[in-house]
Design a protein around this ligand. Sequence first.
Ligand code: F6P
Length: 358
Amino acid sequence: MKRVGILTSGGDCQGLNAAIRGVSKALYEEFGNDVEIYGIADGYRGLIEGDYKKMKPENFSGILTLGGTILGTSRQPFKMMRVIEEDSVDKVQAMKDHYKKMRLDSLVVLGGNGTHKTANLLSEEGLNVVSLPKTIDNDVWGTDMTFGFHSAVEVATNVLDCIHTTATSHGRVFIVEIMGHKVGWLPLYAGIAGGADVILLPEIPYSVNSIAKTLESRNKEGKRFSILAVAEGALSKQEAKMSKKEFKAARAAMTEPSISYRLAKEIGEKTGQEIRVTVPGHFQRGGSPCAYDRVLSTRFGAAAAKLIKEKNYGNMVALQNGAIVPVPLSQVAGKLKTVPTDCEEILAAREIGIAFGD
Ligand code: F6P
């Protein structure tokens, strides 16, 4: 009997259930009645606390289009994994113990960056781990694409489309704050797809003067409105020069609820224009996965089941140049796939006159 544990960890995204379905259906196809799948609740929390249940094949039916995750998820920071807190629990040992208690042959982990650091740690500790890259941020190193990204692009683009009509009617400047703390793939793609005039990314520090110039020249051209797609992790040129500590202190002292509100104030003061802010926030992670993500999740799921069949553990399934390949967890862990500032998407955007505030 093969016993496989499965968990989803970190921020949710569209396509998690499609991927869970892909893994399980492929395992049942391969092993029939000779496989038992254990659903672990709320990511690593369930593995630490022994909160899991044996799943039935029917649990994985009808979930292809369902948003969120049927297993639940939570954020369990990697930096705390080795730290014994007030509850005196040795988290790593507890995860190993529950893996043994469940008599698992392997553990399937669906997650983003933080999740992959812990997945690698568990693999180094001797557990048979296979992982799938999920996140709306598309920032997992080693894969061209994560599932969740394209669905979130659709949502954020739709917000920009809706804002466009109001911005046009009122002749206003609108800032739409798009998720992405450290990496700007989502604001870049949604910004291009939604016809933003200015896109601000964490990778390209901005200057308010430069943004004001763009808005003023649009006014001169007779354009009644402007739309800015701003990454939640956008930062100014001055901030980019700060040490981590200085940056943290500066942001802690910021009175506005987010960078977009600060920008609205600063740009408003500089240009005298009326600026409105829209923050779609977690909307971007919600709802049904788009067709692209359903396909990618299914491919990743089937590939993960294949790795289990081949006992090829310690790997993440990844998309590289159109093909699904295994990438060692040791290579993935601790790295971020940021937006290269000279990537084709940015170059094309610049060529059609989109400004990046630099
Ligand atoms: O990693 C996905 C993500 O949605 C980021 O884009 C965002 O910065 C973060 O999670 C928000 O985290 P939380 O759901 O914990 O507020």
